[in-house]
Design a protein around this ligand. Structure first.
Ligand code: FAD
Length: 510
């Protein structure tokens, strides 16, 4: 698709009203705006904006939206609205703001921290119909895409031009660009290419009162970096309707190695050794024995039996230097105890290796009825310590914990296996996760690398930040979302949110 819309965001007309009063004037049928609680009139007003295809109000249909990938908490939205344009989104938000009804943005629902859980009886605004790739500028290497576009679709759309969109969450065949922006998502290639915020140039946002604004950070735009503030704000400052993203040129050459280790301790040391040797792989991923077992059982990729851990190491760049680099990585791994280091023979084998990594989450169902994905970060050099801590926690809580890691970033994903039918197991899962994340903080890391705070980790925020820092974050939220209507009860454990969130529930899925 060629660029057919060369205008910048800033040149576009503002389509949305500025205040609730303006909203009602702009939508005369709402002049007698329904008071909060008179749902029928609100539903009718919204139906008029989005049409029958844009509304989900049946009880069983709404139940589909009761949670995201974090299934320990559930709450059915009072209504699901699926606007098809920015203007519709803006008008819907104006109606809800006018009626004082909270709302929560939702992309594909692949989040794993309960970010789009509708609290306070919120209306859910889904972006699944905001699916246009508005323009592609091959020369400038940018694309302007609507929030509901699936991550992988962006790369597919520009593939013929030798370009791709770099942030590649393992969920990239399902998750949306709007969700990626809200979570500041990363992926296996974050080590070399950065996270979403490094690839977003501009955003189109519907503010919680319905106004549409365009935020542009290209060419060192002056003023505050509002794109930076919105990226990672988990839908608490407004609803992203479109983004202009940076596209990357595909590397000239890529090679992928698989190194097999007796255990995670040796594999962790190899990670540090590779980086210490001055090599920055495009990706450096670790899977432990339990993950390998699940992946093998599900897909028969042919990982060596009895492997304690494997590293998936991808190198990219100019073809000329790649063989030498691969040889140095090979050395680092064997020095740290790798029993085997294999280089993918061709594109097919390389794709197979990545398939094993990207499908690892799905394969976990082979090992247990449910699992809870944790997400924490430690300084890379402290990976061996956190790995030992996870093993100790698993044994003390009588749980099985599999480890999947964006190891090059120190980003760990302990997958805590459980069976909700075993009395007390959910509580042990939550307590174990809490201990692991607290250990991440103590080791100088963080309680999330990429999955966000949502509702899952709010209670840990005061352990991570001082009261004045949390207050500054609250001030930012209040500046954009003064009435707290947009995605209430998330990220910050304010007095207002604490009373709203029920956790943990005694039982749940994972
Ligand atoms: C199997 C699996 C693997 C995963 N791997 C990774 C990984 O490698 N890296 C990674 O970073 N994450 C990963 N995730 C987590 C998840 O896929 C990402 O957080 C993703 O960005 C969420 O996108 P989504 O469209 O599903 O958003 P949702 O789950 O729908 O929403 C997530 C949050 O974003 C908000 N939101 C959604 N759309 C908008 C919008 N348009 N405007 C404002 N706010 C919005 C929601 O309110 C919510 O708070 C994985 C998840 C799964 C299930």
């Amino acid at each position: 698709m060629q660029d057919n819309s060369p205008r910048s965001f800033a040149e576009r007309p503002v389509v949305a009203p500025a205040t609730t009063q303006d909203a009602l004037q702009a939508a005369p049928h709402l002049a007698t705006a329904p008071p909060a609680g008179s749902d029928r009139r609100v539903v009718d007003a919204i139906r008029e904006i989005v049409g029958p295809r844009g509304i989900v109000d049946g009880a069983s249909a709404r139940k589909v939206y009761e949670c995201d990938g974090y299934t320990l908490e559930k709450s059915v939205p009072r209504l699901v609205v699926l606007p098809a344009t920015t203007e519709e989104t803006s008008r819907v938000v104006s109606v809800l703001a006018g009626a004082g009804i909270p709302f929560v943005p939702r992309g594909a629902g692949t989040g794993v921290s309960g970010g789009c859980l509708p609290l306070q009886s919120a209306v859910m605004i889904g972006t699944s119909r905001l699916r246009r790739i508005r323009s592609i500028d091959v020369e400038a290497r940018t694309a302007e895409v609507e929030a509901g576009v699936v991550n992988l679709e962006v790369s597919r759309a520009v593939d013929a031009h030798g370009l791709y969109y770099a942030p590649d969450p393992s969920s990239q065949s399902a998750c949306s660009i709007g969700g990626n922006v809200a979570e500041n998502s990363g992926g296996p290639h974050t080590l070399k290419y950065g996270v979403t915020v490094n690839h977003v140039l501009a955003l189109e946002v519907v503010l919680p009162d319905g106004r549409v604004i365009w935020l542009d950070r290209e060419y060192d735009a002056p003023g505050y970096d509002l794109v930076g503030i919105f990226t990672g704000s988990e839908g608490t400052l407004g609803l992203v309707t479109a983004a202009r993203v940076r596209l990357m040129r595909k590397p000239e050459s890529v090679t992928t190695l698989l190194a097999v280790f007796p255990g995670v301790a040796q594999a962790s040391r190899a990670v540090s050794a590779i980086i210490a040797a001055g090599i920055i792989p495009a990706a450096l991923e670790m899977m432990d024995a339990l993950v390998i077992e699940a992946v093998e059982a599900a897909y028969h990729f042919g990982f060596p039996a009895g492997a304690g851990a494997v590293l998936l190491i991808e190198l990219d760049g100019i073809a000329a230097g790649l063989d030498a680099l691969a040889a140095r990585v090979h050395d680092c791994c064997t020095r740290e105890g790798a029993s085997e280091v294999k280089r993918a023979a061709g594109e097919e084998e390389r794709a197979l290796l990545w398939k094993s990594r990207k499908r690892a989450f799905g394969a976990m169902g082979r090992l247990a009825p449910a699992y809870c994905t944790q997400d924490g970060v430690v300084p890379r050099s402290r990976l061996p310590e956190i790995v030992a801590k996870i093993a100790e926690v698993a044994s003390r809580y009588h749980l099985r914990i599999a480890n999947l890691m964006h190891a090059g970033d120190g980003n760990i994903h302990p997958l805590v296996l459980y069976d909700e039918d075993v009395p007390g197991e959910v509580e042990r899962v939550l307590a174990a996760g809490n201990e692991i994340l607290t250990a991440c903080i103590e080791l100088g890391g963080s309680i999330t690398g990429e999955h966000g705070i949502g509702i899952e980790k709010m209670a840990l925020m005061p352990k991570s930040f001082t009261a004045p820092t949390l207050a500054a974050m609250e001030d930012i939220r209040t500046a954009f979302n003064p009435r707290g209507l947009c995605n209430p009860g998330k990220i910050l454990p304010s007095s207002r949110t604490c009373v709203e969130v029920r956790r943990p529930r005694p039982r749940g899925g994972g």
